[in-house]
Design a protein around this ligand. Structure first.
Ligand code: MN
Length: 256
């Protein structure tokens, strides 16, 4: 039901065809695959094959986000943490028949409630980890201090009062996550912008998430994302995040 809901309400077939036509003409096409895992063209970006999932290359060098996100953290985050989610996801899948029946679609990663009970929690955690990190790397940019523009800037102002007010609310939500999780800006099926948080590695389009939507911005607030440089100072890490947001990509996600 989860993905039917999203498919029917937000991504009706005309919109999908329009998007596919657009995507064939844009170098940024890859980003959308992570957001719409229910479609078979998710395959290249999430690295889905009959053998399981693989990580796409990090779209910049480990040190490209310095001094805000340090090289060592980025290397460990991508090469160890994200890689472990992919490995554990593949291990869980190896013991199930899900890949054989997925027909090249990563749809099942968000249909958590329909997964076999013996692998449900593992796929929720590690499939979410793969989706979230795949998206997260694309939401960061070595082109520092970008600002939102166009329709996205207008929508942020209309919804939150100003871009600064949005950033304040998003930051507060990130700080409020108890333990490990994520803070997101999502677009709900009625196109409304909302800030939500998810615990652990839950992805904003998973079927059980109460206020669901397409993630267009997200921040990992697990300690592994900041502890080496910021120790317990999550607020400083969140402040640093705003310097490396890929607003160009966020704007593209919002527009489509
Ligand atoms: Mn992480």
């Amino acid at each position: 039901m989860g993905n039917r809901f999203v498919t029917d309400t937000v991504y009706n077939s005309k919109a999908i065809m329009d998007r596919r036509n657009f995507l064939s003409q844009t170098a940024a096409a890859g980003i959308f695959w992570a957001l719409l895992p229910e479609f078979s063209w998710a395959k290249p970006f999430l690295g889905l094959s009959d053998a399981g999932f693989t990580q796409a290359p990090l779209p910049y060098a480990f040190d490209a986000l310095e001094p805000y996100f340090d090289a060592r953290t980025m290397e460990i985050h991508y090469s160890k943490h994200h890689a472990a989610y992919v490995k554990n996801l593949n291990d869980a899948l190896a013991s199930s028949k899900l890949l054989a029946t997925a027909s090249g679609s990563a749809d099942f990663l968000t249909q958590v409630q329909t997964l076999p009970e013996n692998v449900r929690q593992k796929i929720r955690n590690n499939g979410g980890g793969h989706l979230n990190h795949t998206l997260f790397w694309q939401l960061l940019s070595p082109q520092k201090d970008q600002q939102p523009s166009g329709g996205l800037a207008e929508a942020l102002k209309a919804t939150f009062g100003s871009v600064a007010d949005f950033q304040k609310k998003f930051s507060e939500a990130g700080k409020s996550v108890f333990g490990s999780g994520w803070v997101w800006l999502i677009q709900t099926p009625n196109r409304k912008l909302e800030i939500i948080t998810t615990p652990n590695q839950d992805y904003p389009l998973m079927d059980f998430v109460p206020v669901k939507g397409k993630p267009i911005l997200g921040l990992d607030v697990w300690e592994h994302a900041y502890y080496l440089k910021y120790q317990n100072r999550r607020a400083d890490y969140i402040d640093a995040f705003w310097h490396v947001v890929n607003w160009k990509t966020v704007g593209e996600l919002f527009a489509h």
